[in-house]
Every structure is written in structure tokens, then in C-alpha cells.
Design a binder for this molecule. Structure first.
Ligand code: SF4
Ligand code: SF4
Length: 441
């Protein structure tokens, strides 16, 4: 049997409209097949908690084989997977076209979808994955102050822990009544004579994301400033809903479809008007680039959005290739410790953020290619928070040991999670904000 492949991995469409997808007996047959291969391989022992949990259960069983493991453990393995995709993209030699045809993350997704269909998910999980609904409520003026104050109040946080299962030490972001979409809805600069180059049109519609819109409008503001400084026409979408990644991680595939139906027509309309799409959060970019196209493989509009969706630094580096990036910098940034978010790494485009920031004179970026442990809502849950901190510890140690005065990650949630564990005082800045700073804007 040949191990590994010389070809690029293939990702099969997610066959979720097939009733067999939700057949628990068939699911367990596939879980057994895949877990047994993983037991013999064990390369992924240090990626997340799913694999150590499985391997420990096997090693501690009477038979020391998968047949000695209680099926309840299978669900624990599923619950500990946050679909970062790293096992598929960076470790596994048995991914298709290998005949063993292993796609561990998408098998976990199938199991999550079965669990959701059986109505076995917690109310808490439904609530915290409704990011746009929570954002709409929490950003109402007056309500917003109460929400932000409560999230910092130790008594309230203890109550949230015991009643809902939100860990008291998990970082809950501030909400803003002046959301990005309220502030920047009229950002289009009709006067900019933007030039197309390569795969980029020079006109960008920003998908602000739930996090950018409700929690980090400053990040959207910085992105707009950086794009305009590069002679790129910028606007926001006429409307947007959540990209669907939180609901995907919950296994609520019907809600993912609903959100897709909300977003895709608006996105396609903008693309038809000559705009490319950028989102400031890697997970949301990945949702449009990879997960939706695999869930809706025959949908031409979804494919159109996939081809026009860019990470901000990927976009700017494409412009740089065509000589259209503004490389006149006013401020040097020095040493930056930089965590590469998993959902950025699995986009397979190289380290564009590092490449661009290192165009700035006297600026060096030490890339740390390890999981932060935050992973969507994983670190927020009471039962997983301590594990999430443990997963992020190697990153925290590397940042603490580095000489850098600044810590950065493209994922703002990962950045806050890591920053909360740092011993040293370091400035925490998103790469987009660092670029804006270097431009002297
Ligand atoms: S997708 Fe990520 S979290 Fe899930 S099993 Fe693979 S490495 Fe672990
Ligand atoms: S997912 Fe692949 S690489 Fe990871 S333990 Fe299983 S078989 Fe090995």
C-alpha cells in the first residue's frame, strides 16, 4: 500500500443532501474505519484535543484497539473538533486521491450534522453561534452598555458559567452601537480611478463579517483606509448576513443554506458590477472560498463568489505583483510576533501577511504556525476553555520568548485569546492596523 500522494489533495463535495449522510449506522461505520486508520497512524497527536482523546481511549481500553472503546467517546472526539482543517491540509497522507479517501474534518462535520438533526445540541451552542442575531441585539444603544458591562462583571460571568456554560475567563468581545455597517455604509469613492491588474479589479466590496461589524468596526475602518490609500475603490455590501461558519461548526447545515441564500445574490450582484470581495476575518473568507463551494458544488453563483473572494493581504500582494501596491512607508514596525491562524493557513496561499509587512523597512515578522486554541466558539465554552488555553500555550510561549514588542494575528479572536495568556506586555495589533500605521495614516 502506497502511503501519501504526489498529487494535490482533492476535496470531495459534501454529500449532505443525500439521506445516507444522516444515517447514524452508516456514520458509525465510517467513524470506525477512519478512527482505526488514525490509531495506526497517530501523526495528528498534537493538533487539537480530538486525537489525544481518541488515542488515550484506545490505549486505556481492555483490547488496546478501537473495538475496546465505548461509542460515547466517539461523540467526545466529534465535540472536540472545531473544524480547523489542519489535519486534512497539513498532516494526513491518506487524503483523496489516496484510496483510503480520508477527510477527517468533513467526517466530523457529518457527525455534528447528525447530532444536530437528533436535536442533541445545547441551547448555549445554538445561541452563541447566532452571531448576527446576538450582534443585532447587543449593539442596540443603551443595551450595548449593559452587555459590555455585564461581560466584565465577575458575578454575571459566574452566573453565565453555571447557567449557560460560558467560561468565566473566556474573552467576550465588546459590542458597538455604531457598527461598521452603520458607520461606513457610504464609503464608495466614485472619484478613485481604480485600475484592474491580474485577478483583481481594483474595486472592492467589503463583507464586514459579524465580528468586524459588531465587535471590531475599527478593523473595518483600517481596512477601508488601507485600500483607499492603494487607489482601490471601496464600498460595503448592500446587505449581509453571517457567512455561516459558526452554524457549520454546529452542524446546522440547513441554517448554513439559509445564510448562503441571504448572502450570495448580493455578492453576485456586486461581482457583476465589477467588484471583488474582501472580508477581514480568515474563517469567513474560508467559508466562501471552500466550505460553501463544497456544500453547494453545482451552484454557479457560489462558485462565482468563491473566485472573487480574497483575504486582504492576498489581494494587496496580487496588486503588488502588478506594481500597484503603494510601498511608500512612513513608519518602520520593528519585530513582530505573528500567529498564522489555521483558517488562513488552509487557504493555501502562502504567508501573504508576512510577505507584505516585510516590505516595510526595518520590519521583520516571526511567523508562528500553530493553533491559537480559540477556534470559533470552542474557547468560550466552560467545558473546553482550559483545553483551549492548553492548545494555545505553545504560541503564548513563543510570543513571550520573542524580542518583538508587537503581537499580531489575522484572526482578531485568536489574537485576544493568545494575548490574554501573555506574561509580557506586548501591543496587540491586527496586521491591517499595522499596515495602516506604517503608511502613517
Ligand atoms: S479539523 Fe482541526 S480540530 Fe478537527 S480533528 Fe482536525 S485538527 Fe482537530
Ligand atoms: S487524520 Fe490522517 S494523519 Fe491524522 S492521525 Fe488520522 S490518518 Fe493520521
Amino acid at each position: 500500500m502506497r502511503e501519501g500522494s504526489l498529487e494535490a489533495p482533492t476535496r470531495h463535495p459534501i454529500d449532505w443532501k443525500n439521506p445516507d449522510f444522516f444515517n447514524e449506522g452508516l456514520l458509525f461505520g465510517e467513524l470506525e474505519r477512519v478512527f482505526d486508520i488514525c490509531h495506526g497512524c497517530r501523526r495528528c497527536f498534537n493538533l487539537c484535543n480530538s486525537f489525544p482523546l481518541l488515542f488515550d481511549a484506545i490505549d486505556e481500553s481492555d483490547t488496546m484497539e478501537l473495538d475496546g472503546v465505548d461509542k460515547k467517546v466517539y461523540w467526545d472526539v466529534v465535540d472536540n473538533c472545531y473544524l480547523c482543517d489542519m489535519c486534512f491540509m497539513s498532516k494526513c497522507p491518506y487524503v483523496p486521491p489516496h484510496e483510503w479517501d480520508l477527510d477527517f474534518p468533513h467526517l466530523m462535520l457529518r457527525a455534528k450534522a447528525v447530532k444536530f438533526k437528533k436535536a442533541e445540541v445545547k441551547t448555549r451552542d445554538k445561541l452563541i453561534t447566532a452571531t448576527d442575531k446576538i450582534g443585532q441585539l447587543a449593539s442596540i444603544p443603551i443595551v450595548v452598555n449593559a452587555v459590555n458591562a455585564s461581560n466584565k462583571n465577575a458575578t454575571v460571568r459566574r452566573l453565565l458559567d453555571t447557567t449557560l456554560g460560558i467560561h468565566p475567563d473566556a474573552i467576550l468581545p465588546d459590542y458597538h452601537s455604531k457598527t461598521a455597517r452603520k458607520q461606513f455604509n457610504k464609503s464608495t469613492q466614485a472619484t478613485i480611478n481604480s485600475k484592474a491588474c491580474g485577478a483583481t479589479t481594483g474595486k472592492v466590496a467589503i463583507f464586514t463579517t459579524c465580528y468586524g461589524n459588531y465587535n471590531r468596526p475599527d478593523l473595518v475602518a483600517d481596512l477601508i483606509d488601507v485600500l483607499k490609500h492603494n487607489n482601490i475603490t471601496v464600498t460595503l455590501l448592500k446587505q449581509e448576513s453571517c457567512c455561516g461558519m459558526p452554524k457549520l461548526e454546529l452542524g446546522d447545515l440547513e441554517q448554513v443554506e439559509k445564510l448562503k441564500n441571504d448572502n450570495i445574490p448580493t455578492l453576485v450582484q456586486m461581482i457583476n458590477e465589477g467588484f471583488d470581495i474582501i472580508a477581514p476575518v480568515p474563517s469567513c473568507v474560508l467559508m466562501f472560498k471552500q466550505e460553501l463551494p463544497l456544500m453547494f458544488a453545482d451552484d454557479k453563483d457560489v462558485a462565482k463568489v468563491r473566485d472573487a473572494m480574497f483575504d486582504p493581504f492576498e489581494y494587496l500582494m496580487l496588486r503588488h505583483k502588478g506594481g500597484l501596491l503603494n510601498t511608500t512607508f512612513k513608519e518602520e514596525l520593528g519585530d513582530i510576533a505573528y500567529q498564522v491562524a489555521c483558517h488562513l493557513r488552509v487557504q493555501n496561499m502562502g504567508l501573504k501577511t508576512k510577505e507584505l509587512l516585510e516590505l516595510i523597512p526595518n520590519t521583520s515578522v516571526s511567523a508562528i504556525e500553530r493553533c491559537s486554541g480559540h477556534d470559533g466558539v470552542y474557547a468560550v465554552k466552560s467545558e473546553f476553555h482550559d483545553i483551549a488555553v492548553k492548545i494555545g500555550k505553545p504560541v503564548v510561549n513563543r510570543v513571550d520568548k520573542s524580542e518583538a514588542s508587537v503581537f499580531s494575528s489575522d484572526c482578531p479572536m485568536a489574537a485576544d485569546h493568545i494575548a490574554s495568556g501573555l506574561k509580557d506586555e506586548k501591543a496587540v495589533k491586527n496586521p491591517i492596523s499595522l499596515l495602516k500605521q506604517a503608511y502613517g495614516l
